[in-house]
Ligand binder design. Sequence first.
Ligand SMILES: O=C(O)CCC(=O)C(=O)O
Ligand SMILES: [Fe+2]
Length: 449
Amino acid sequence: MAHFQEKLFDAYDAAEEDYETHLATYVEELSAKRFDTALESCDGMLEASPKDAEAALCRALVHALRGDDDEEDDDYCTLWLKRCDRWRVDGEDCMGVPWGERAQRDFPPAKLKQRPAWQKAILDLDRPAACDDAQAARRFLARCARRRDAAPEPPQMPVVEITESTAAQTVLDHVVDHGELPEEMEDDRPLVTVSQGLDEETFQTLKAALVNHPRLQNADSEALGASFAGSSGFVVRFDGWGGVDATAKKLWVRSETRPLVPFFRRCADKECTGFVLNVLVVAPAEDEEEVVVDENAPEAVKLLLRKKAEESIDEQYAVGWHRDATLGLKPGADAAPPLAHRVSVLYVAVPEATGGELCLRNADRPPWRSERGVIDREVAPKQNRLAVFRGDAEHAVRRVTNVTKADASFPKGHRVSLVLEQYRVPPGLREFTMHFEIVEGKDYERVSD
Ligand SMILES: O=C(O)CCC(=O)C(=O)O
Ligand SMILES: [Fe+2]
C-alpha cells in the first residue's frame, strides 16, 4: 500500500513539475501577447493536470483576450470555482464519494455566460482595473509570475568557452597591430573538428529523454519529409539576443525542449544570436543496385543509363547536399536569411550499418552540382561524438543501409543526431528573428545552393 502511495506521489510530483513549467511559459507568452504559444502552454498544463481549473481559466483568458468565442471555455470556467488541489488526482474522498461527484455537489456548475463578473474580469484584464474581479484576475497572473520567478534555476552545465575570436575582434586586432584596416579578412577556421560530446551520464539522460520524446514516437515513414525523404524529427528555432544563459532558459522552461539544454550549453557560441536545433532522425533505406553503364549498349540506352546513374548519386544521401540557412525570419525582413556561422552535431544513436557518414566540402568549393562527387572530409557518426563544422561548408548525410545491429534504444535502426545551427544574425534583422517556435521535421526546409 505504502508502495502504491509512493508511486502515486512520484507521479503527482512529476505532473506538478511539468505543470509549473508550462505555467511559467504561459505567463511569459501571455505577457508578451504571444497568444498562440500561450495556448500551447495551456494544452501542456491541461495535459499534466487534465481537471485543473487554473489551467482551464488560463486558456479562457487567452481566448477572451484574443477575442475568440470558445464554447468549451464556458464549461472549463465553471471549474474555476471548484479549484481544489485534490482534483488533480482521480479517486474518492474518505467517505467513498468520487471527487468528481463531490465537486458537482458542492459547486454546482454554471456557464461562463451566466457569470457576468468573470466575463467582465476576463475582458477587463487588458484595460485599467474597473472591478474587483479584474483585480482578482490580475492578482492571479501576478501570482503566476511570482511563482515563475521563484522557480529554481536549471542546473548549470559548464559553458564551453569558444576561444575563436570574432570577426570584429580580428579586425580590431589588425588595426591595433598595423594602424590600418585589413585588406581582406581571411577565414581560416577548420572545416570540421570532432570531439567527445557530453559526459556519459548527461549523455545517457539526454538519450533516454529522446527515446521517450512525444515528437519522436512517430519517426516512421509517414512522418518523413518530402524534400529529404529518409529523414524526420523536429526542429526548434529561437533567437539568442539575451546571451547563452537566457537562451538556454527558453529551452529549459518547456518540458519538450528541457532535455536539450545540456547539448545547447555544450555547443553554444556566445557570439551567435540565432539558433536552429534539429533533432534529426534518419531511417534506414533499402539497399539499391548501383546503375552500371554498359559501354557496348546502344547510344540511346547509354544516355538513359547515364541519366539514371547521375540521379542515383543524389539518392545516395538521406540528407542531400546543402548549406544551412534555415533561420526563419518574420515577414518584412528585406534580407535573405544568413548562412550558419557554425553547426554542431551530436550523434545520439548510430546503428551498425553501411553509410550514415556526414560528408563535407571545403567552404570555398563551388556548389555540388558543378563539382559532383568531390568530398573533402567525412565524419563517421558514433554515439556521443560531437562534430563541429563551418556553417559555410556544403554538407550531406549518406543513406543508412544494411543495418546489422540497431541501437538498443532505436530498434528500427534509426540514426539520430542533434544538430545545432548557430547564426550570427546582423543586428538589423533583430526584429525579424523568431523568439521561439517548434516545427515538425517534415516542414523544415534546408536551403541548398
Ligand atoms: O546529422 C548530421 O550528420 C548532419 C545533419 C545536417 O546537416 C542537417 O540536419 O542539416
Ligand atoms: Fe545541415
